[in-house]
Design a protein around this ligand. Sequence first.
Ligand SMILES: *Cc1c(COP(=O)(O)O)cnc(C)c1O
Length: 233
Amino acid sequence: MSELIKDNLARVREQIAHAAERAGRPADDITLIAVSKTFPASIVQHAVDAGACDLGENRVQEAAGKIGEIAGKEICWHLIGHLQSNKAKQAISIFNVIHSIDSSALVERVDRIAGELSRRPRVLIQVDLGHEETKTGADESTLHEIVEALDAARNLDFCGLMTLPPFFDDPERARSYFIKLRSILENLNMNREPERKLTELSMGMSHDFHIAIEEGATMIRVGTAIFGAREKH
Ligand SMILES: *Cc1c(COP(=O)(O)O)cnc(C)c1O
């Protein structure tokens, strides 16, 4: 198992390098988040031993159980799933980056709790571009209100946008969603001071990260291509 995960990580890194090269971008502009949801700490440890230092989880409770069990150098933990407000306290105490901010009310709550815990998480707004029933994220029409709340927040480091497009068998079909997210980020940046520019685009998963990188992704969230197929979650 440990060899398999090591090989998978090496292959993903190689694909990142190729995609970055095609896009004329430095490969180290792209953070690989190994999405360890559903896999036990003993398996996740293999990825950490093979050099993974950013790990993604989509459930606060599940992550809380694993985080203490994984040993190694500093790991940056990313919350990539929906954040319920009643889990905010636990989430802020364990995650370094929260990709799923989706309302101004959540911003206010997370900011207050981060202050109480003396934490300063990096946060991204999850933008809902696919409008599927089962997916979460902020509607584009509510973005300005959320950005305003984030700009007023004192304990959050607002750094960019995340999206989760609908699943397509043909990953090329995800491209327009990635282009859209980048254009939203560029539009937001037009009105921002140089030192407050947003730099992160969290987009691309196992089957489409190469396309996301071509369209400007700075954080890709890769589970299956590293750990193998998941049981239904
Ligand atoms: C599970 C998950 C991923 C990883 O998906 P893979 O297809 O296994 O790479 C990425 N982003 C989010 C939000 C997820 O929930």
